[in-house]
Design a protein around this ligand. Structure first.
Ligand code: COA
Length: 188
């Protein structure tokens, strides 16, 4: 069985979500600007959705399918976003996914959190490959993937339909042997 640690890094704590996070998840993920560039955050983000999402985490972890971390600012204790390894194939590969609440954009939090979660995936899940995807109209996410050292692996043309708009999906990936990220520091 996989246990989910709390990861402490420079400015962030990455911990399992708790039901008490639900109102803040709803507030941050419920921002149209956050939902707009994701493939699966619902909008409007209705009452009960955050609770349902958090309630599913234990089973997803138990199955070894997904692991979701709350991104929390060390300085204030504020919940800033979410970062996940999804569709995990243990000892092989997983998909990295994330969102950061709009008030916290542009501070490097997504990159810092991603580095820690990638280290966790490679070192503790035995992954050999981590991949990620973003819609073409989300260059900030592509920028994060490049900063993580991922390689551009392809583009699925006109693959995503959302809110009446069709967009390309851009694919990135990195192999363990290419990973030059930080050593995973401490659980707390
Ligand atoms: C994508 C997202 C997670 C980035 O979070 P963040 O904490 O702001 O990311 P970081 O600060 O680590 O890095 C963002 C980078 O994108 C760059 N960036 C921002 N807007 C950009 C744009 N329009 N074009 C190009 N680069 C852009 C920033 O300058 C920064 O790069 P830098 O450090 O070299 O200056 C956040 O914007 C978000 O949650 N968006 C909505 C949800 C979402 O899109 N999730 C990802 C789905 S694939």
């Amino acid at each position: 069985m996989i246990t989910q640690p709390t990861l402490e890094i420079d400015r962030l704590i990455l911990r399992p979500f708790e039901l008490s996070d639900a109102p803040e998840i709803q507030r941050l993920a419920g921002d149209r600007a956050v939902a707009a560039t994701t493939e699966n955050i619902p909008h409007p983000y209705e009452d009960g959705m955050a609770e349902a999402w958090v309630s599913g985490h234990a089973e997803a972890l138990e199955k070894g399918a997904d692991v979701h971390f709350a991104v929390v600012l060390k300085s204030t204790g504020d919940l800033a976003g979410a970062i996940s390894l999804m569709r995990i194939v243990k000892g092989h590969r997983a998909e990295l996914g994330y969102w950061i609440g709009k008030p916290y954009w542009g501070n490097g939090y997504c990159t810092e959190a991603s580095q820690a979660v990638m280290a966790f995936g490679f070192d503790r899940f035995g992954l050999n490959r981590i991949h990620a995807r973003h819609v073409a109209q989300n260059p900030a996410s592509g920028c994060v993937m490049k900063k993580l050292g991922m390689t551009h692996e392809g583009r699925l043309r006109r693959h995503v339909r959302k809110w009446g708009r069709i967009d390309d999906l851009v694919l990135y990936g990195i192999l363990k042997r290419e990973w030059r990220g930080p050593v995973l520091h401490a659980g707390v």
